[in-house]
Ligand binder design. Structure first.
Ligand code: FMN
Length: 262
């Protein structure tokens, strides 16, 4: 491929990262990776030109692109840069996240050439979207990448003849105002610090791992999933209710990846 491929992704619990890297592997052997999961990597501005190809991958939070990412994305500019938008959701629904991602980047100088919605294990519970993306998802992702590579050969200049259309509504679903909930820490905590090291919001006090700033916490569950002794858990009644609803309605159905092309 005669373009520089860059892959930009946020992935608190690893699902989005697996998907976007597999798609990129289907396109070419080497690409630039911008993992914006950690705050220190969400400080720089980035600019791309028409010879680039950019893949942007985000998880779906409450049917939308996480708000803090929308804020950061104003620092990423394209100049008629072809782009592929990928949302990864927890087997419930991606609602308006994909259209929001597309609209956001197209308003910053990118030209959407393709978009996809993939499925990963739900952050709240391993009972929904269990073990996804699985081997079948990853095979689908790499094939999608290979198809994109062919599509790029047919792109005349970088001006597609038609505009990319994806599923979703405008106005977007209203953002939920979640109550200030943060994980609790049990006495099993060994103070290894993995939770604080990997918290994408720097919400966990590095000197006292039990102290979590609920105003910063986005309930991504990175700390809950990564704690080697399962000392972190979210115990708020509302969180339990939502999670039980997800298990009741989405633990036995299987959604498949969806694709949108110009
Ligand atoms: C705050 C929050 C809200 C979420 N909302 C949704 C949702 O609306 N629909 C859905 O299917 N999954 C939802 N999920 C699940 C994530 O989209 C899913 O687990 C995602 O793949 C996680 O990506 P990651 O592994 O890259 O962090 C939500 C997760 C979190 C943390």
């Amino acid at each position: 491929m005669n373009r520089q491929l860059s892959v930009i992704y946020f992935s608190a619990t690893g699902g989005t990262a697996k998907v976007v890297k597999e798609v990129a592997d289907g396109i070419c052997d080497s690409y630039k990776e911008y993992d914006i999961t950690f705050p220190m990597n969400r400080k720089e501005s980035m600019t791309f030109d028409s010879n680039d190809l950019v893949i942007i991958g985000v998880p779906v939070y409450a049917g939308r692109v996480p708000k803090f990412l929308i804020d950061y994305f104003s620092n990423i500019k394209g100049n008629r840069t072809p782009a592929v938008f990928i949302t990864v959701y927890g087997n419930r629904n991606y609602d308006d996240a994909l259209i929001e991602l597309k609209d956001t980047f197209e308003s910053h100088g990118f030209i959407g050439i393709s978009a996809a919605a993939f499925i990963a294990e739900h952050s709240n519970t391993s009972k929904v979207g269990t073990n996804r993306p699985d081997a079948h998802d990853l095979e689908t992702a790499i094939k999608y990448g290979a198809e994109l590579k062919n599509k790029l050969k047919d792109l005349h200049g970088i001006l597609p003849s038609s505009k990319l259309v994806v599923k979703g509504n405008i106005p977007y679903k209203e953002r939920l105002m979640a109550p200030p909930i943060a994980p609790d820490t049990s006495d099993d905590c060994t103070r290894c610090g993995i939770c604080a090291k990997y918290c994408p919001m720097e919400a966990i006090n590095k000197n006292n791992f039990k102290e979590i700033d609920s105003a910063k916490c986005v309930r991504c569950c990175s700390c809950v999933k990564k704690c080697p002794v399962s000392a972190k858990s979210i115990n708020h009644e509302m969180f339990h209710k939502i999670t039980q609803g997800l298990i009741d309605n989405f633990s036995t159905v299987r959604f498949e990846p969806e694709f949108f092309n110009i």
